[in-house]
Design a protein around this ligand. Structure first.
Ligand code: ADP
Length: 926
């Protein structure tokens, strides 16, 4: 540079000396030769003081002359340059400067001009920026490694405290949302300070926190709130909490929980630089992000834990196999299900756990599984630790390495042992039913919903005499004209609607295509049709089960024919027959002969009860008959034999009575009774018996007569003949003749009496006695008897009397006078005959509609052994006392016959040596 003229030189000097930049002019030795005002101000020296110094006295970095000269060697190459160094003030402090250097050549003297600028502020800014980056780096490190949210927040707060050099740093939850992610309050206070905590429970702290949260709500305050605190309102807590300046930022967490981070300057008011504000926001943003991340991570951890538990205890057994089929993982359920310990299975080949039959299935299929990537519902039989096997259904997929190669399998399985068992059982039972159907003697046909025949059994082929293929999948039951015309279609349709039905017997002709080698058959069928339903109760098929009843039908036809023949036979058989239901007593049938015999129709006796009432009107007899009949029927049922025949007296509809032999047989629930009319036969029989008895009696009579009469007749006859002979004796005195004649007369009388008795007996025996009923006055008759017998009794000095005379009105009865007289005569006569002393009393009393007569004596009596037969003919007591007494032994038998003829009874009581009493009754009305 060339120096211009003096004028210009002065101008330059003044410009330089007054320039805002510090200027130094020095020689190559470093000796300062000129400085301006700014240079003096910057360094704190006066001009004079400075000019006494050299450059290395003021430059803090190039202290030595060598350094300086070295430094200035540069201008040799470049005449102008800029460099940064630091200058030293008079007080010893240094400050950074940027120096612009130029080499001056003044009159051959080389001088250096240095123009320096104080760059302290720049440097500070630069330093701050470094600190900003450094801080963020620290925060980054903290947030990067943190797993614990609380610790991370606390670490961040510490950095903030340090970086911003504040008195208080805090972290506060802005609300108390439930279920939100909450942290305990955090607050860091400068070491040594003892301010009240903003989390204190006193009013001021509370108010302050309230104020913070309120502020947080104002729009625009969401992200950042910085305040220079001076408001009246807040004065109280500014003082109490020692808050001079604050900087607050909001942190929003994704789950809507908000936090505030703040710093307080407590001792002096502080203004926050833009850089500080930015840093503060950035820290809070990063803090928020990290909380979110950790929060998420935490939740993830939680859910991972949950899923782990779920996985271990899931109702599905899980295992994972590596490429070789070896087990790499199993869950608890797997182990529990198969009874193994984890250590027993990990690393083992899966195939080793399978049933030998299934191992090869696994070996063949595992490579396929690996290749295709999934399996579904693959069944295995796997061994339990105790040795038994379980059926499982396996599902799984494969996992791959990032390069796409196979990594491992992920498989779950379910226990299907019971399902398998049920399936097997089902299969078995299905097989059973199929066999049952196939072997069934009944014809079975199955039709689908369209009416198509889809299945038939063997019996079907046998029924129609053709193979099933002839109609299978061809015959349509809904389209068959025969089914329609026979009326079956309606039943089929109802079965499709869900009903089970029995179709009335019908005749069906097999439908075979024209030209078939098989012949169409016609069969009588009895069919049941029913639907098959699925689990939703929807009909899926119908089944027809037939029974071939052709033979039965033919038999029935034959039976009907023979039945009608039989009916005619039964109807016309000449024996009365009736068919009665045993249980109900209903009379079901009576044949013609029954009607002819008894006159009763089925209308008269529709029930057995009617028969009992009408046929046996006498209640007592009916009771006996019913009892007898019931016993006979019971016996018949019990012994499966005919009903034992018995004879019953039956009253016919016309009132006549018939003797009938009734018998029968039990036919299931009925009995068939047959009636044999024995009336005629019985009467003949009775007559025959009577005749026989009579003949026997006559024979007996004859014998007795001969035996007894010989004596009875011979005795008087001997008397008559003997004394008649004596009469012819000459010189017979009159007295003797008289005596002989008397004896002859008495013998004649005795013989006459005997002959009379014999004649009377004969009459009785031959039923020749005719009753002659008239009104008889019994009292009178008794009195006459008394009068008649008194002389004879007197002869023997026996008292004869009548007792209990009836009142007049009761004395009159209707009876045979002669017979009654004869009876009394006979008894009184005997009494006198067999009584030697004492008395004889006779009389009559009324007993209901009878009169009871009695004759009592005090005679010799009748021995006990004879009493029974005393009324029989020719009975006489062989007695010492009676030997002399004449008698034929016919009197009492005649008397008995008379009494009975008059409708009465006779009996006696006697004691030997004491006396006898004879009684007889006769009805008042005869
Ligand atoms: P008879 O003509 O012999 O008397 P009866 O038939 O009258 O025949 O009597 C039969 C027998 O009964 C008699 O022979 C007699 O022995 C006995 N007898 C009948 N009545 C009496 C009586 N009142 N006391 C004792 N004996 C009697």
């Amino acid at each position: 540079m060339t120096i211009p003229n003096q004028k210009h030189a002065n101008l330059y000097r003044s410009l330089v000396l007054n320039s805002g930049d510090a200027m130094y002019l020095f020689n190559l030795d470093g000796k300062l030769v000129e400085v301006n005002k700014q240079a003096c101000a910057n360094l704190g020296y006066t001009r004079e003081e400075l000019l006494a110094l050299s450059l290395y006295d003021v430059d803090a970095e190039h202290k030595t002359k060598e350094n300086l000269l070295k430094f200035f060697s540069i201008p040799d190459r470049e005449k102008h340059c800029k460099l940064a160094t630091s200058h030293k003030r008079k007080d010893g402090s240094t400050f950074p400067v940027e120096v612009s250097i130029s080499l001056l050549n003044e009159n051959g003297d080389k001088l250096i001009l240095g123009i320096s600028r104080d760059i302290s502020e720049h440097v500070e800014a630069k330093q701050n920026l470094f600190s900003y980056i450094d801080t963020l780096e620290k925060i980054h490190q903290i947030t990067l490694i943190s797993e614990n949210i609380e610790k991370m927040i606390s670490d961040v707060l510490n950095v903030v405290q340090e970086v911003f050099n504040t008195d208080r740093t805090f972290f506060i939850s802005s609300d108390k949302t439930k279920n939100s992610f909450q942290f305990p309050p955090l607050e860091i206070v400068k070491t040594g300070a003892s301010y009240i905590s903003i989390f204190d429970e006193n009013e001021i702290a509370k108010n302050y926190r309230q104020e913070l949260l309120e502020k947080r709500k104002y729009p625009g305050n969401d992200t950042f709130t910085s305040a220079y605190f001076k408001s009246e309102k807040n004065k109280s807590y500014i003082d109490e909490l020692h808050i001079k300046s604050e900087m607050i930022t909001a942190i929003t967490i994704t789950n809507n929980t908000n936090y505030l981070m703040g710093v307080h300057q407590c001792t002096k008011i502080r203004e926050w630089t833009q850089l500080e504000k930015k840093l503060f926001i950035e820290i809070s943003r990063r803090l928020g992000d990290t909380i979110n991340r950790l929060h998420y991570y935490h939740n993830l951890k939680q859910s991972e834990k949950k899923y782990k538990t779920l996985f271990e205890n899931a109702p599905l057994s899980y295992h994972s196999l590596n490429s070789d089929g070896n087990i790499v993982d199993v869950n608890n359920t797997w182990l529990k299900f198969l009874g193994y310990k984890k250590k027993d299975v990990i690393g083992k080949n899966y195939g080793d756990f399978l049933h030998p039959d299934w191992k090869h299935v696994f070996d063949t299929n595992f490579p396929k599984f690996k290749a295709c990537g999934y399996v579904n519902d693959v069944h295995f039989k796997i061994r339990h630790q105790k040795g038994h096997y379980k059926y499982i259904s396996l599902q799984g997929c494969t996992g791959c390495h990032p390069d796409g190669t196979f990594k491992k399998t992920y498989c779950v399985f379910q226990d299907i042992t019971s399902r398998k068992k049920a399936e097997d059982e089902l299969k078995e039972s299905e097989e059973r039913y199929r066999l049952l159907m196939e072997q069934s003697p009944f014809t079975v046909e199955v039709y689908d919903l369209n009416g198509l025949q889809i299945s038939v059994n063997k019996a079907y082929e046998e029924l129609w005499q053709f193979p099933k293929k002839i109609t299978l999948f061809k015959f349509n039951i809904l389209k068959s004209p025969q089914v329609r015309s026979s009326g079956m279609l309606n039943y089929i349709k109802r079965a499709y609607a869900g009903e089970t039905l029995d179709i009335p017997d019908y005749q069906f002709k097999s439908e075979i295509e024209a030209g078939s080698v098989y012949k169409s058959q016609s069969r009588w069928l009895r069919t049941r049709v029913y639907p098959i339903k699925n689990e939703f109760e929807k009909v899926t098929h119908i089944v027809l089960v037939h029974r071939d009843i052709t033979d039965q039908k033919e038999a029935q036809k034959a039976l009907r024919k023979s039945e009608s023949q039989f009916k005619t036979f039964v109807q016309r058989v000449p024996i009365p027959l009736s068919l009665v239901n045993i249980t109900s007593g209903k009379i079901k049938y009576l044949n013609d002969r029954f009607f002819n015999t008894f006159g009763y129709t089925l209308e008269d006796i529709s029930h057995l009860d009617d028969w009992w009432q009408l046929a046996y009107p006498d209640p007592k007899y009916r009771e006996w008959v019913m009892d007898n009949w019931e016993k006979a029927v019971d016996y018949g049922i019990k012994h499966e034999t005919d009903i034992i025949p018995d004879i019953y007296n039956i009253t016919c509809k016309d009132g006549s009575r018939k003797q009938i032999l009734i018998s029968g047989i039990v036919l299931g629930d009925d009995f068939l009774a047959n009636f044999i009319d024995l009336t005629a036969q019985k009467s003949i029989e009775n007559e025959l018996i009577a005749a026989k008895e009579k003949a026997e009696e006559s024979e007996k009579l004859k014998t007795a007569f001969l035996a007894n009469m010989s004596h009875e007749i011979r005795t008087p006859m001997n008397g008559i003949l003997g004394f008649a002979d004596l009469l012819s004796t000459p010189k017979l005195s009159d007295e003797k003749r008289e005596k002989y004649i008397k004896i002859i007369s008495q013998s004649g009388e005795r013989m006459l009496a005997t002959i009379n008795a014999i004649i009377e007996i004969s009459k009785i025996e031959t039923n020749q006695i005719v009753k002659c009923i008239s009104q008889v006055n019994v009292t009178e008759l008794l009195k006459n008897q008394l009068l008649f017998f008194v002389p004879e009794a007197d002869k023997k000095e026996i008292k004869l009397r009548v007792k209990s005379i009836l009142p007049v009105q009761e004395s009159l009865i209707f009876t045979d006078h002669t017979m009654l007289t004869s009876i009394l005569t006979n008894l009184i006569n005997n009494a006198i005959k067999y009584t030697n002393y004492g008395s004889i009393t006779f009389g009559c009393t009324k007993k209901n509609d009878l009169l009871e007569f009695s004759v009592k004596d005090t005679g010799i009596g009748i021995p006990q052994n004879v009493q029974k037969s005393i009324f029989e003919r020719f009975t006489r007591v062989d007695h010492e006392n009676t030997k002399a007494i004449e008698g034929s032994g016919l009197g009492l038998s005649i008397t008995k016959a008379y009494v009975e003829l008059l409708g009465g009874k006779i009996w006696m009581e006697s004691k030997e040596g004491i006396g006898s009493q004879f009684f007889f009754t006769i009805p008042i009305k005869n």
